[in-house]
Design a protein around this ligand. Structure first.
Ligand code: FAD
Length: 410
């Protein structure tokens, strides 16, 4: 079963399962807690009505944050909203500076990123400047076959030299039969845009692809907050280190999703079922909500992406990160509007701020995080970074939050 078929099968199963209620088109905006224990989420239905969804256990599975960067392989909803909600509720967030950039993403005519698999380089694809010159051998002896982060930086350097927003991935020296046999999906998608990779090199650029960091999570999905679990790309279990290997995020679904489900079930707080929600204090986020016109610039995604690419893209430095952080501090972190777009923007800006702050903190280069002012890996930073609301950032040897053991003992 391929990826898409698997997804369709899973959704079909969820839709028909008698004990699963899917709330499609709903938007989670904040977590609810009582005395430091998470007891559900504040969510908005498609008609704009607010609901407090009370739960004996809450699992966040809201995906990554690639869409903070504009050109991305991710869906536009991947804005790190789950990380923002968890952080606001007091959960620890780990290694959030580690964003993986995929070196070769094609920007479709509609403006979305379409990933051109690494197999295209594996099969002999050559990276060229917009002028047609091969550049990777001069950057790294492994040339086009160097690791993802190295090729990304090589492309970035070539783009800067050429003052271009792309380079070219050239397959045209291969036979039509070979290209079509190995890359049928790529051929079909590019031809929809009137571009035939058999005869024309593909314009590509590095794009945000996978967030290694996220909500600090033990191997059973437990976070540092009682009642809250996380699974999938939103979680940081530490298994991907600073640079996930291709295809390893299947772990998130098959292993950690399952574990989080079992752990949440085992620790279900039955008292929360049928609770009287009027007993719950409004969250700060909820108090800040007011039905007002959207105060953000309508092009907030573009503004946010420009800040993120400039400050915390594949090449980072202290000055750029400080400027990015100052810029992000001007963004409203509470919702200034109860309009869905305003809520998304507030959570996205908070997630962006955490990534930039984490990248500024880590004065070294490692995996997906590259600082031009600290280009080497440093032993002192051989640790996981943690950020939590109201506390100074700190380093830990193991991602698993200490509190998860306490949950287990409950
Ligand atoms: C193009 C591409 C190719 C990839 N190929 C591979 C591969 O070959 N092998 C591999 O292992 N991994 C691969 N990955 C990575 C992998 O697909 C992802 O890490 C994985 O799909 C993430 O799953 P998830 O369930 O955590 O999040 P998602 O699948 O992103 O699901 C998160 C869901 O939460 C929803 N959501 C977000 N915020 C809110 C909110 N505030 N309220 C309500 N809902 C919300 C989103 O709309 C979305 O439906 C690839 C990724 C991409 C982008």
């Amino acid at each position: 079963m391929d990826d898409a078929a698997g997804r369709v099968a899973l959704i079909a199963e969820a839709r028909t399962h008698p004990r699963i209620t899917l709330l499609e088109g709903w938007q989670a905006a904040d977590l609810l807690d009582v005395g430091g224990k998470v007891i559900g989420a504040l969510a908005r239905d498609p008609a704009g009505r607010w609901h407090r969804l009370l739960a004996g256990a809450t699992i966040i599975a809201s995906g990554g944050a690639g869409a903070l960067y504009g050109l991305t392989s991710n869906q536009p909803t991947a804005l790190g909203e789950g990380v923002a909600m968890a952080y606001r509720a007091g959960a620890e967030v780990a290694d959030i500076e580690f964003m993986q950039f995929h070196p070769t993403v094609y920007r479709t005519r509609a403006g979305y990123g379409f990933l051109i698999t690494e197999a295209a380089r594996g099969e002999g694809g050559i990276l060229r400047t917009p002028g047609g010159e091969r550049f990777m051998p001069a950057y790294d002896p492994r040339a086009e076959l160097a690791p993802r982060d190295v090729v990304t930086r090589g492309i970035y350097a070539a783009m800067r030299r050429a003052d271009s927003d792309h380079v070219l991935l050239d397959l045209t020296h291969m036979s039509r039969e070979r290209i079509e046999r190995h890359f049928p999906t790529i051929c079909a998608r590019l031809r929809e845009d009137g571009l035939d990779p058999v005869t024309v090199p593909i314009p590509v650029a590095p794009a945000s692809h996978y967030l290694m960091g996220g909500i600090r999570t033990a191997l059973d999905g437990a976070t540092s907050l009682p009642g809250l679990f996380a699974a999938g790309e939103v979680a940081c279990t530490g298994v991907h280190g600073a640079n996930r290997l291709a295809s390893n995020s299947l772990l998130e679904c098959l292993v950690f999703g399952r574990r989080a489900g079992f752990a949440a079930t085992a620790q279900l707080d039955q008292r929360r079922r049928g609770n009287d929600e009027s007993q719950i204090e409004p969250t700060a986020f909820e108090r800040a909500l007011r039905p007002a016109p959207l105060v953000l610039h309508q092009a907030w995604r573009t503004d946010l992406a420009a800040t993120m690419v400039g400050a915390a893209g594949p090449l980072r430095d202290g000055a750029g990160l400080r400027a990015g952080l100052a810029e992000l501090e001007r963004w409203p972190l509470q919702a200034a509007s109860d309009n869905a777009e305003g809520l998304t923007a507030a959570n996205a800006a908070l997630a962006a701020r955490l990534i930039v702050a984490g990248a500024l903190l880590r004065e070294e280069s490692r995996g997906g995080h590259f600082r031009t002012d600290f280009p080497q890996q440093r032993e002192a930073w051989h640790a996981h970074s943690v950020q939590a609301r109201g506390r100074q950032p700190f380093l830990v040897e193991s991602v698993a939050p200490a509190l998860s053991m306490a949950h287990a003992a409950d």
